[in-house]
Design a binder for this molecule. Structure first.
Ligand code: CA
Length: 373
């Protein structure tokens, strides 16, 4: 054997020995990790919905399930209905101060704390579900939302969309804008301000308080979501006329708020799960509403005798005009709202332009083809 080969053999043997020495140490640490019990992190999620409520509440439950499953049980989320841990409209503060790590609700509930928040749930005559998701994920919307919630120690994520909502429940017909005068109606966010401008009285009530308020006459009218969720609350037992379309909520985004400190204390993979489970739950809620709304509407009309009505065009035109005034005012009094709306509007305008010749043209064509059959 040549000297060179002997040297090589020696080096190889040394390497094998070295690897053999290292191996036990490695497998020791691996088996130590394997026998160590998995640490489970327990998080609480407070919600603005009644416990196990369909649609909106199902979105919160589904998110918790997804996180539990995706993390292999390392992060366990327990969902609390409104009033179980804190009141419906106390969830924002509860998550901000860390009483719970997560909260599920609607951003427009917090306009008194951060005026710009309302642009992330629904803008009257604004974007649909599909368009909102485009803005949030690929148009800078989510980053702006995070900027708005930054002072509260919260990270917002989109978890659910109702699609276009219904216009609401009334005990009288709405034939002209004057019919809204003096009307005390549960209507949150910017839509509520538009009602105020039309002479009405907007009231902010969490879901669970709507039915009793309408039944006792504490409010004259209400909007909630759409057939699937409105049927669940039995709103048809307290009002006769069911109006469409939901001009005030064309594609409402539901929010998940995460306590920022709690989020940052998680390992990177669990932080990713918190974030991406939100995307899955966001999509699933819209699909849930799409799958169930029409069946619920049939039940309301055919079994409960609900009178379905479309808002007259002149009422919608006036509401649109008032919406533009209200938005201009909101934007003028708060620089952060101005910054958010600038982004919203720029995205809205370009997406509307394309959807005019795609989704809208197609929906029109489908409807026309159907009526010609
Ligand atoms: Ca609503």
């Amino acid at each position: 054997m040549k000297l060179k080969s002997i040297k090589l053999l020696a080096i190889s043997l040394f390497a094998v020995l070295l690897a053999a020495c290292e191996e036990p140490a490695d497998s020791n640490s691996q088996s130590a990790a394997a026998v160590q019990p998995q640490q489970t992190i327990h998080w609480k999620m407070v919600t603005t919905w009644p416990k196990n409520f369909p649609g909106l509440g199902a979105g919160a439950n589904r998110y918790a399930e997804l996180v539990n499953e995706m993390s292999g049980g390392r992060l366990e989320v327990k969902v609390y209905g409104a009033k179980e841990l804190v009141g419906a409209l106390e969830t924002f503060d509860a998550v901000s101060r860390g009483t719970a790590e997560l909260g599920h609700g609607g951003a427009y509930y917090w306009k008194g704390k951060a005026a710009a928040a309302q642009f992330f749930s629904a803008v009257p005559f604004g974007m649909t579900a599909q368009e909102m998701n485009g803005w949030l994920y690929h148009g800078g919307g989510l980053e702006l939302w995070q900027e708005v919630y930054e002072p509260f120690g919260l990270v917002p994520l989109a978890v659910g969309n109702s699609g276009t909502q219904m216009g609401g429940w009334f005990n009288k017909e709405i034939n002209a804008i004057a019919d809204l005068e003096g009307l005390k109606m549960r209507l949150p966010g910017l839509g509520g301000e538009v009602l105020r401008r039309a002479g009405g009285v907007p009231v902010l009530l969490p879901g669970g308080e709507i039915f009793p308020s309408l039944q006792t006459g504490a409010i004259d009218a209400t909007e909630w979501v759409g057939p699937y969720n409105d049927l669940a609350f039995g709103l048809h037992k307290a009002a006769k006329y069911y109006y469409y379309p939901g001009w005030h909520e064309p594609g409402t985004t539901m929010e998940l708020i995460v306590n920022k400190e709690a989020l940052q204390s998680l390992p990177a993979d669990l932080q990713a799960i918190v974030k991406y489970a939100a995307r899955v739950a966001n999509l699933e809620m819209l699909a849930d509403f799409t799958a169930r709304n029409n069946q619920a509407l049939k039940t309301l009309v055919e079994e409960h005798g609900v009178e379905l009505r479309k808002f007259p065009d002149e009422v919608l035109l006036k509401l649109r005009e008032l919406s533009e005034q209200v938005i201009a005012e909101e934007v003028a009094k708060d620089p952060l709202s101005a910054k958010v709306y600038e982004s919203f509007k720029a995205f809205n305008d370009q997406v509307v332009e394309y959807h005019r010749i795609s989704e809208q043209a197609y929906l029109n064509a489908r409807t026309h083809a159907k009526t010609m059959e």
